[in-house]
Write a protein that binds this ligand. Structure first.
Ligand code: ACM
Length: 527
């Protein structure tokens, strides 16, 4: 019996050891074939030349011309690479390049194919040269450099390893000009640092817009100086009743700047005329009854409306949009317009028409959920398709552009399957394959490539209360949606993506992303 026990323990120990060995001790490969490297979103073209560039303690980052913007991008690169390598990676202007191992960042006006956000990365054994037509292209290219280095590069402590990148050339530019994520900070409030982390994570996958859903029935999240009770009272709670909060204008400006430094445009949304209970609690005069509504901490929708035939309402909209426009360097103000079930259509249409004029008066472009296409769209309006195909059709018939956010594919708060504890499933269960296997131009008949400005993945926060939960619902689905927005459909196949996503896992771990490890993906578990 004792002998048997020993045999069992030996077998058990061996089994555990071999499992451990297969999971953890496979050495990182020496990169020599650039075409085999995993880059998500997948680039336009990659050619390999068979060698390796090595980042060392003497590597410097040179900028080809003076200028604050180029300098700032170079410092981003230095900051990305310094913690794990322990190298200084000083930023200098070009002219004094040493022979070995330098990095050069350059702007090249003549390479028009690259557009606003494309880049070309040329890697030889002696130098890594990143060129772009515009600074945003250089910033997108930095994200590719991060993914070409070993995953340890994302750790914030010193890693003892060699830092090699396979040689060759990558040319890359995006399919869609608008590639976005949305965070609902109204149902649950998220602090500035959480939003900054989300910005960092979406920047890593080359997204360029963050839509902030700043108001809803459960909370008003942005200080409006001319209507101070909106944030003070209307922002004092959230779903479930604990917590709440709002951004002061200074905090919001800091967030906008943080995003802008990463070539991400914030799209602020004030949802109206429905989804307005938080405003209706703060100012009785916004209610047709003249009586303030009660704070709301549940998750029902469609019960609130601004009083659309009262002039005070339009003064309110004008003041709020005016202050928001002043805080917003980006082109868009999102006026919501979804699920206004408590506003009769004959009131909804004139309200949306006036709200659009107010946005124009403040020098901004109108953005709204697909229902706003029932009104008369102003020039350059952007309509966000989430539910009703007919509304997307009405939008393009009026000359509007469409953002594709089909709830059945892009809503990151939908559960992965029936066992997912967080999230909802009113639109669909969305597994990792389902979030990837769809084509924006096939969603609504007649809504074609030329009508589609881009793609956005919204994360509603009725059930999502903290950063770990945000990450669990967003990742990995947001990565696939980022690829749909960046990469041509001819280069997107689920089987290929599934393999690349699995191989990308060490980077998710190094970035400490709390992702959902779907059974559909063979997650690589060694570093
Ligand atoms: C929405 O999901 N109500 C836009």
């Amino acid at each position: 019996m004792k002998y048997l026990m020993n045999t069992f323990s030996t077998i058990a120990i061996l089994a555990i050891f071999s499992l451990y060995a297969s999971c953890t001790s496979e050495p990182p490969k020496e990169p020599t074939d650039l075409t085999q490297e995993v880059i998500i979103p997948k680039p336009v073209s990659v050619t390999a030349s068979g060698g390796a560039f090595t980042l060392t303690e003497t590597t410097k980052i040179f900028t080809q011309s003076d200028g604050e913007e180029l300098d700032q991008i170079a410092r981003h690169l230095s900051n990305y690479l310094s913690p794990a390598t322990g190298f200084d990676l000083p930023v200098e202007s070009a002219g004094s390049e040493s022979d070995d191992g330098h990095i050069l960042l350059q702007l090249n006006d003549s390479d028009t194919e690259l557009g606003e956000e494309g880049y070309e990365l040329n890697i030889t054994e002696d130098a890594l040269t990143l060129a772009a037509q515009q600074p945003a292209g250089l910033f997108r290219g930095l994200q590719t450099i991060r993914q070409l280095l070993p995953s340890g590069i994302e750790k914030d402590s010193l890693q003892e390893m060699s830092w090699k990148i396979a040689t060759g050339t990558i040319r890359d530019y995006p399919m869609y000009e608008y590639r976005g994520a949305m965070l609902d900070v109204a149902r649950h409030f998220f602090q500035v640092d959480d939003v900054k982390r989300y910005i960092d994570l979406i920047a890593y996958y080359k997204l360029n817009h963050l839509h902030l859903h700043l108001s809803d029935d459960q909370g008003w999240r942005i200080e409006i100086k001319s209507w101070p009770k909106l944030a003070e009272y209307g922002g004092s709670t959230q779903v479930g009743g604990e917590g709440g909060g709002h951004y002061t204008q200074e905090e919001y400006t800091d967030l906008v700047q943080y995003a802008q430094d990463r070539f991400i445009t914030i799209v602020p949304e004030i949802d109206m005329p429905g989804h307005t209970n938080a405003a209706l609690t703060s100012y009785p005069e916004l209610n047709c009854s003249g009586k303030a509504a009660e704070l709301y901490t549940g998750i029902e929708v469609g019960f609130s409306t601004l009083c659309t035939d009262s002039e005070v309402t339009y003064q309110f909209v004008d003041d709020v949009i005016g202050e928001l426009a002043t805080l917003t360097p980006g082109p868009y103000i999102h006026i919501g317009g979804d699920e206004s079930h408590a506003t009769p259509m004959e009131d909804y249409i004139p309200f949306v028409n006036r709200a659009q004029e107010i946005v124009l008066k403040h020098g901004k472009q109108v953005f709204g959920w697909d229902e706003i296409a029932n009104a008369e769209l102003v020039d350059n309006a952007v309509v966000q398709y989430w539910a009703e195909a007919e509304n997307a059709t009405k939008a393009i018939e009026q000359g509007g552009k469409v953002i594709m956010s089909p709830a059945t594919k892009t809503y990151l708060d939908m559960q992965y399957d029936s066992t997912t504890e967080l999230g909802l499933h009113w639109a669909a269960y969305i597994e990792v394959d389902s979030a990837y296997i769809w084509e924006p131009t096939n969603m609504v008949a007649g809504v074609d490539r030329e009508h589609i400005l881009g793609i956005e993945a919204p994360l509603w926060s009725e059930t999502v209360t903290n950063m770990d939960e945000i990450e669990y619902m967003a990742f990995p689905r947001l990565i696939g949606i980022a690829e749909i927005a960046w990469t041509s459909p001819v280069d997107r196949q689920w089987e290929d993506y599934r393999t690349r996503l699995g191989q990308h896992a060490p980077y998710l771990k190094a970035l400490e992303i709390d992702y959902y490890a779907s059974d559909l993906v063979d997650w690589k578990s060694y570093e």
